[in-house]
Design a protein around this ligand. Structure first.
Ligand SMILES: Cc1cc2nc3c(=O)[nH]c(=O)nc-3n(C[C@H](O)[C@H](O)[C@H](O)COP(=O)(O)OP(=O)(O)OC[C@H]3O[C@@H](n4cnc5c(N)ncnc54)[C@H](O)[C@@H]3O)c2cc1C
Length: 328
């Protein structure tokens, strides 16, 4: 986006080719409303967050109430924003679909397959976010991204759901096939605002995909604090990528892996409910920890509640529940 406006147009809202000049002392929300834009609004006091908008360069004071991942994506509260320079507002158009080629497929467990895709065009994302797969039937399903942009390929872990339309399609794809994708979406990713903050990464099943991306991203960005990854499954054979995770933890002493199962635990797994194990693993650091919760939506909601009740700040609990899609 161009940043070369005449300084005389300071305090202008810029939407592509359109401009709205703000009046003296007017907030972004008031300017939008005066210009006839149907902008959402609520308390107008920076509390309810209903007036949230996105821009390339939001005024910092309009972001203070928001989570770090929202701030990192340029979200801000329009009722609290009094820009002193042109404000480049984000497009409201959804990202356009692009094509991606399957370059490798690998079975990770009896029902999880790893797909690596090479996008035909630049695909911008943060590890831990998710993309949409667009199926020829018009069905759209989301899959979390386990890779880092520097890997050059998009890594997905897809669990085959019995009778599932898109997971079945992704399990049948062969190397060389093209898939239509769009994205990226989601707010469950690492923000390097405090390199010593303990991080707690908790998920079950393919919830491991975003957690792997987040852990690698934090390490890549020089995170020094403890990174505790708790991966849950029904029984030991549902836990996958164990060797790869163990190797990563050997390379990075700040990373520890905590496999957890509901039944048949062996010597290398804890047995118990994932939320209780997560609270135990965080231990006395829970109050200062940031948590990332991924996987089945019911489980994520249980985890959110348990961690909050155990003393974690809700602003530090980031989650992307894998809600099942509505049928096309
Ligand atoms: C933000 C987000 C991230 C996601 N990330 C991943 C990921 O990394 N890996 C991954 O494998 N999936 C992920 N999902 C789930 C994925 O989007 C699909 O919902 C899943 O693959 C099923 O789609 P389908 O078309 O195969 O099944 P559908 O055709 O939608 O459903 C077939 C039948 O299975 C049921 N069903 C759907 N989902 C489940 C389920 N999870 N368990 C049991 N029954 C189910 C449906 O109710 C229906 O009866 C994510 C979802 C979201 C919202």
């Amino acid at each position: 986006m161009s940043q070369s406006l005449d300084p005389a147009q300071a305090a202008t809202l810029v939407f592509g080719d359109q401009r709205i000049d703000l009046l003296e002392g007017e907030s972004v929300l008031e300017g939008l409303e005066r210009a006839g834009v149907d902008a959402p609004a609520g308390c107008r006091a920076g509390t309810c967050c209903k007036c949230m908008q996105q821009a390339d360069n939001p005024p910092p004071e309009s972001q203070r109430q928001l989570r770090p991942t929202l701030r990192a994506q340029g979200f801000f509260l329009a009722c609290q924003a009094y820009p002193k320079e042109p404000l480049y507002m984000a497009s409201t158009e959804p990202p356009a679909p692009i094509s991606a080629r399957v370059v490798s497929v690998e079975s990770l467990s009896s029902d999880v397959r790893r797909l690596r895709l090479r996008p035909a065009q630049q695909f911008t994302y943060r590890p831990g976010q998710y993309l949409d797969v667009l199926h020829s039937s018009a069905a759209v399903r989301s899959y979390s991204i386990a890779s880092l942009p520097s890997d050059g390929l998009l890594e997905l872990h897809v669990r085959r759901i019995e009778g599932g339309l898109v997971s079945g399609y992704l399990h049948e794809l062969e190397v060389g096939a093209d898939v239509s994708i769009r994205g990226a979406f989601g707010q469950c990713f690492h923000v390097a605002d405090d390199p010593d903050k303990p991080l707690l990464l908790v998920g079950a099943g393919t919830g491991l995909a975003p957690l792997l991306g987040i852990a690698r991203d934090a390490l890549d960005q020089g995170h020094r604090g403890a990174i505790r990854l708790v991966h849950g499954g029904l029984q030991p054979d549902r836990l996958y990528l164990r060797d790869e995770l163990a190797q990563l933890a050997e390379t990075w002493p700040q990373l520890s892996i905590h496999p957890c199962v509901l039944r048949d635990a062996g010597a290398s797994e804890r047995q118990g409910a994932l939320d209780q194990v997560a609270v135990q693993v965080a231990g006395s650091t829970l109050g200062e920890t940031r948590a990332f919760l991924c996987g089945d939506s019911d489980l994520v909601r249980i985890l959110q509640r348990s961690l909050f009740l155990a003393g974690m700040s809700s602003a530090e609990i980031l989650a992307d529940p894998f809600d099942a899609a509505l049928s096309p």
